[in-house]
Design a protein around this ligand. Structure first.
Ligand code: NI
Length: 184
């Protein structure tokens, strides 16, 4: 099932999300629906608040990049109750976009390497190091669970420049090739 994607201005995108427990009903289906929703919108990551759920779940699929980056060929993961426990290495500047902020891309400075604890959909625990592009995408999605969006990192001047576009997005005055849920 493809969900409409919440956009900038929706209060759910500003909530601090909560952990789920193994009794959470329909997790496997929810995760598959999130992958489907993300693929339909041609994204590489999607966090639960982007489909209106304030819970600590996000999905990342970088397998489409496997042709250029063989290491990413099988990178299709769901992250449940993730926790970044270390950030290390240099900070790297890279342009980012977000399905909840259609049409807008800006440079964001992020750590090159992170250590992440999370569980998968079988409730198995993982403690892994991610570097490079996967670390970038994970930090972006993780931010969604903390109510943070990438434009928050822009300078005050840049924010003023973007204000009109963000207001348009909040009103649904933006063109997308996927369905969005416009805030009331
Ligand atoms: Ni995003």
């Amino acid at each position: 099932m493809i969900y409409p994607i919440t956009v900038y201005g929706d209060p759910v995108l500003r909530k601090i999300t909560t952990d789920i427990d193994p009794n959470y009903e329909g997790l496997a289906k929810l995760v598959e629906d999130m992958f489907e929703t993300m693929h339909n919108a041609e994204g590489v990551g999607l966090a639960a608040p982007q489909i209106g759920l304030p819970i600590r779940v996000f999905v990342v699929d970088l397998s489409a990049l496997g042709e250029d980056e063989p290491l990413l060929k099988d990178f299709r993961k769901a992250f449940i109750n993730p926790e970044i426990i270390e950030k290390e290495g240099e900070k790297v500047l890279m342009e980012e976009g977000c399905l909840s902020i259609p049409g807008l891309r800006e440079d964001v400075l992020r750590f090159d390497t992170i250590r992440l604890k999370y569980t998968d959909t079988n409730w198995e625990e993982h403690d892994e190091i991610f570097s490079g592009f996967p670390a970038r995408v994970i930090q972006h999605e993780y931010d969604h669970l903390e109510g943070v969006m990438f434009v928050d990192y822009c300078s005050p001047l840049k924010k003023r420049i973007l204000k009109g576009k963000l207001t348009d997005i909040t009103k649904g005055q933006v063109s997308t090739n996927y369905r969005i849920k416009v805030p009331r």
